[in-house]
Design a protein around this ligand. Structure first.
Ligand code: PEP
Ligand code: MN
Length: 349
């Protein structure tokens, strides 16, 4: 941490900062410039935070140098992590060596629709099924999901297809029932900063898929992951699903640069969601190709057997020729960037 003194700070002001820092067991290295003095601090960051250094007389600014997150940082764990999803003996990896394809309906609407979507996903090469039983809708009048009934459908479809299931949890009170039925808990963009929910998900004993808040910086997103990690759960996969920008042509702007930025600073796996980023099915294939090329550890997309009747996000759901095109991309492109297919490693972790 570096404390920058204002040009008119006195020698007493500097001495006071040094005294405060040493008072909590830290070391302070004073460097006098022509105009300003800066003080480099070495020691426990938490105790420096409690000093409220910005409020001290003569202090112009305080800069942090190391990452604010710890457990999810590569400073804590240098090698990138692999998260295994599913039941003992059938776990699917999401990590740096493999490429994982996840697909399914936006929402679970019925047993038939979910099974059909799961079969479509599986034939396209997906190894993890997605599907929402609790839907975080912008409008309270929109379809809110089937709740526990939807979880039961997902569990049945998972048993029928052998695909592990990831599903969203929107309320901390539902974490136990979601964890009971699903293999992975999803925290959506709207709840990325719902810290109580993050902690509850961290306690659930299942891997967590943490989507990026649509207005969150990468640092805020990693701090949200830190909430889960702090509960002893490092099985967190990040998902870049687009951020709000001034561009209205897409629902959100897929921030492809987030993938290598996150990988440089955090050991957690990161996948992309081109369906929720674009909100348009015609962009799902090109954005998936971009995600694979930029080094994403996986892609998650919406599929639906009949998008016209979908109760949620029909315009972005793939089927037919579009899904076949995506299947080809996810089968061929990962090899070009040095990745194996996750399905070749199922059950090894
Ligand atoms: C979803 O995946 O169904 C979803 C609601 O995504 P997001 O939170 O990214 O909008
Ligand atoms: Mn959706």
């Amino acid at each position: 941490m570096v404390v920058v003194m204002s040009p008119d700070a006195t020698a007493e002001d500097v001495a006071h900062v040094v005294e405060k820092v040493e008072g909590v067991g830290g070391e302070a290295f004073v460097s006098k410039g022509v105009v300003r003095t800066i003080i480099g601090l070495v020691g426990d960051l938490e105790s420096f935070h409690h000093l409220n250094l910005r409020t001290l007389k003569g202090v112009a600014d305080v800069h942090r140098i190391s990452d604010p997150y710890k457990l999810v940082s590569r400073q804590h764990h240098a090698d990138r992590s692999t998260v295994w999803v599913g039941k003992e003996g059938k776990r699917v990896p999401i990590g740096p060596d493999t490429f994982t394809f996840l697909a399914g309906p936006c929402a679970v609407e019925s047993a038939e629709q979910t099974l059909e979507a799961a079969r479509m996903a599986q034939s396209a090469g997906a190894t993890i099924l997605r599907g929402g039983a609790y839907k975080p809708r912008t409008s309270p009048y929109a379809f809110q999901g089937l709740g526990v009934k939807g979880l039961e459908i997902l569990a049945d479809v998972s048993a029928a297809t052998g695909l592990p299931v990831v599903t969203e949890v929107v309320d901390a009170r539902d974490v136990p029932v979601v964890a009971e039925h699903a293999d992975m808990l999803q925290i959506g963009t709207r709840n990325m900063a719902n810290f109580g929910l993050l902690q509850a998900a961290g306690d659930a004993g299942k891997p967590v898929l943490l989507k990026r808040g649509m207005t969150a910086t990468i640092e805020e997103w990693l701090m949200a992951a830190e909430y889960i990690a702090q509960r002893g759960n490092l099985d967190v996969v990040l998902c870049e699903r687009g951020i709000r920008t001034f561009e209205p042509a897409t629902r959100n702007t897929l921030d492809v640069s987030a993938v290598p930025v996150v990988q440089a600073t955090s050991h957690l796996p990161i996948i992309i969601d081109p369906s929720h980023a674009a909100g348009r099915k015609d962009l799902v294939v090109p954005l998936s190709r971009a995600g694979i090329a930029v080094g994403a550890d996986g892609v998650i997309v919406d599929v639906h057997p009949d998008p016209e009747t979908a109760l949620c996000d029909g315009p972005q759901a793939l089927l037919g020729a579009d899904l076949r095109e995506l299947a080809q991309a996810v089968r061929r492109l990962p090899e070009a960037v040095g990745r194996a297919q996750a399905h070749d490693f199922v059950g090894r972790g």
